[in-house]
Ligand binder design. Sequence first.
Ligand code: ME8
Length: 511
Amino acid sequence: MTERYTITTPIYYVNGSPHIGHAYTSIAADVMARWNRLDGRDVFFLTGTDEHGQKVEQAAIAAGLPPQEFADRVSADFRAMADALHISYDDFIRTTEPRHLEACAALWRRMQEAGQIYLGAYEGWYALRDESFYGEDELTLHPDGSRTAPSGAPVEWVREPSYFFRLSEWQDRLLALYEANPDFIGPPARRNEVISFVRQGLKDLSISRTSFSWGVPVPGDPAHVMYVWCDALVNYITALGYPDTGNPLWRHWPADLHLVGKEIVRFHAVFWPAFLMAAGIELPKRVYSHGWWTIDGEKMSKSIGNVVEPRALAAEFGVDPVRYFLLREVPFGGDGDFSRRALIGRMNIELANDLGNLAQRTLSLVARNCEGRLPEPQPRQESDTTLLAQADALPGLMREQIARQALHEALEEAWRVVRAGNGYIDRQAPWALKRTDPERMRAVLRVLVDTMRVIATVLQPFMPTSMASMLNQLGVPAGLRQLGDLSAPLPGNTVLPPPAGIFPRHVEPAA
Ligand code: ME8
């Protein structure tokens, strides 16, 4: 039976426009989805938008639009961003869809029947910006008497009737879950944070609000809408057909990976598994959080005016260089800083010089000196087998790295082979062999094409368009670009299309 792989991004709030931070999560998830498809798995990749809650309601009011109309517009913009960046999602879920309201109501009833929900009154600190409740001890008190959440968001005292989820009953079972499944939360720093948060003791969670109406109505008590996080997390099972667990899509649950930013780990690794356990639903296998991007050392913010719009960036530099840069620049899991200079540097050095030139040098020699036909495999020398062995080992190494979300390591691994290929071509100097030993020249070019084929195949998830073009130029048929196809050699004598540059150098226009 085909193995399955299910991966999700957070669903993004529609209170503002998509920026590079959202693009980052979606690109990283896309690479993992594409890698697993390339590796022969039955993949389901989910993304979408989170459209309820007070924050979205207020943004709609500010825009002078009814909330649904506002959500329609911004959601369409998020979807357009995903499409522009070649995010290969299988479903784009919106929390205002009827299927989602149904799933939320069903889950609520399940938890209610299990005795996990009761009506009480909520009194406490709420940060609208984070759509999150905080305990007094988590807040910073300022000299003017105001308080802020750890995220810096202002909090306000809220008092209203509310339904509660008995989160306090789940503390031990959550700790047992983390203990029994050391990989449930990554990276380790986040896992430790979650464990110490849960160890400190969990309070029951307020899961409904009455002070605004833009949300999923609570079944049987429409004066309440569900707390936006209670609604949002459910998206992951809505998309797979919940509550209809006979739906063929349900085979994709549990998710293998919920990929999130570090600020929302608590919701995914504490609340979500507690809701699922309360409702008797299988738990996701892993929650992994990446870090945060700053821009030229500063937090991205509309007021500073430094928000990086991913589509503008892709229009200027190309989709693939942007995808590559974001995953290459920063160890995945850590924080990173974005700058044009760093992007241009990597584009010119790693893409144009290292990878682009290797392909260009190889393919132009094949075009000129082998009548544009792929040479047959020839008897090999030690230097040939060394390079080919390094290339052959690459998919296995990357598979292991990508399975633990070490996307930067996977790219570095591929670049080791790119650099080895460049070293080989320099030492073998096939351009000089043309006169002295044409047989050997053909052997060298064949080794290079075979090496490039592996590189282009494994880099497809990172740079789908450029690698498709490279594989075309290498004469690899469209149906033979899976990892599993690498074991069959390309037939010799195939006519290759004329080589064309894939990664142009970027030159900044003079100021
Ligand atoms: O939290 N650097 O939505 P959101 C890196 N709707 N990643 C960033 C980033 C940055 N500067 N800014 C945002 C929500 N992100 C909820 C999620 S899930 C059931 C509900 C990414 O629009 C990162 O993945 O605030 C972060 O977790 C997500 O966008 C937050 O998006």
